[in-house]
Design a protein around this ligand. Structure first.
Ligand code: NAD
Ligand code: GLY
Length: 360
């Protein structure tokens, strides 16, 4: 097992990464204050891992209240969130009861948001079970639900007490979901870690083959990058925005196509290529570098062209982005591989040209 930390003063927490961690009560126990926990999960993950986690918790004499939500990005809504509140209130959960989110990023984001609101904040633990959630969404305290007008528009910054990433859960992950997770892994290399990018170019097939050593390394390095950024800029006043490379375009794809149609990682992949194209147009990223970016996403089996929604529709959807400031769109662009910037330099016409060039 490997452990790293997110340094946020008295809200600091560990991230444990390894195989078989769902069975490790010794890692969970110190973070639970009461004799009851709520495990929020979904209809896909519950049959796979709920029993196991429940047995572990019960071995520490902790009673488990499971809350099993419908599975899918289209259920990341107020209605589903209310099911969690109904269960918490129905079982008389207290402010000190811990909520454990067992699942991918959808469960982690919704469980975390529920925890941030319930009685103005209850402790919560992330047990991420997808590659995407192990490298990104479980770390850093962004929690949210979607709105029909925009992704992750309603939410809160609310940090977990612990992240327990059991890499053996990735063995049951569908191929398409594994690939989607790689989009966020590649992101760290592109925005701030060129050495890691080169490592990914050399080791991508090992990750696709689910080699545990390679996966542990990639998850650890991704989390280390994220932890550093979050520790420096928890509430996204500056540097943290770089973690959104490809996301402004990607969120437009997810919202525009209907939640769940494109996976988040797939939309981020196509969105990153639009960002790379725009960076090239602005004279920052040379053609070889754009090719290199495209190659790694192609090798990961991810889309490198977005859907043809029309640039006007993209721009309309993107106008809801959380990085918009005084009505002006700010985008994460690449100055070179390993160095991203937040920029408002591109005008709508230039953005439209990049979108049209990168959509089929
Ligand atoms: P997801 O949560 O929808 O999980 C993908 C699918 O895999 C689901 O069907 C899920 O039930 C299933 N699944 C989960 N674990 C499994 C396992 N071990 N075996 C088999 N199936 C399993 O999607 P995701 O890619 O994990 O997360 C995407 C979400 O994360 C998006 O809503 C996105 O907005 C959010 N996100 C949040 C942050 C953040 O910082 N909070 C960062 C990135 C993404
Ligand atoms: N995934 C973007 C962030 O956590 O800031």
């Amino acid at each position: 097992m490997e452990t790293l930390g997110v340094a946020l003063g008295d809200r600091s927490y560990p991230i444990h990464i390894g195989s078989g961690l769902l069975d490790r009560m010794d890692l969970i126990q110190p973070h639970i204050k009461q004799k009851k926990v709520v495990v929020v999960t979904n209809t896909t993950v519950a049959p796979l891992y709920l029993d196991r986690l429940q047995r572990t918790l019960e071995s520490g004499r902790i009673a488990v209240l499971p809350v099993i939500l419908p599975d899918g990005e289209q259920f990341k809504t107020w209605e589903t969130l209310n099911l969690v509140f109904d269960a918490l209130l129905g079982a008389r959960c207290e402010r000190g009861t811990t909520l454990v989110a067992l699942g991918g990023g959808v469960i982690g984001d919704m469980g975390g948001f529920a925890a941030s609101c319930y009685q103005r904040g209850m402790p919560f633990i992330q047990v991420p079970t997808t590659l995407l959630s192990q490298v990104d969404s479980s770390v850093g305290g962004k929690t949210a639900i979607n709105h029909p007008l925009g992704k992750n528009m309603i939410g809160a910054f609310y940090q977990p007490q612990l992240v327990l990433a059991d890499i053996s859960t990735l063995n049951t992950l569908p191929e398409r979901e594994l690939k989607a997770g790689l989009a966020e892994v590649i992101k760290y290399g592109l925005i701030r870690d060129i050495e890691f990018f080169a490592w990914l170019e050399a080791n991508l097939e090992k990750l696709l083959d689910r080699d545990p050593v390679a996966l542990t390394y990639a998850i650890h390095r991704s989390c280390a990058n994220k932890a550093e950024v979050v520790a420096a800029d928890e509430k996204e006043m500056g540097e943290r925005a770089l973690l959104n490379l490809g996301h402004t375009f990607g969120h437009a794809i997810e919202t525009g196509m209907g939640y769940g149609e494109w996976l988040h990682g797939e939309a981020v992949s196509a969105g990153t290529l639009i960002a790379a194209e725009l960076s090239h147009q602005l004279g920052w990223l040379d053609a070889n570098a754009v090719k290199r970016v495209e190659q790694i996403f192609v090798r990961a089996g991810l889309p490198v062209f977005g859907p043809r929604l029309g640039s006007a529709r993209y721009l309309e959807l993107m106008s809801h982005d959380k990085k918009v400031q005084d009505g002006k769109l700010r985008l994460v662009l690449l100055q070179e591989i390993g160095r991203a910037v937040v920029s408002d330099q591109a005008n709508d016409r230039q953005i439209g040209v990049a979108i049209e060039a990168r959509c089929t």
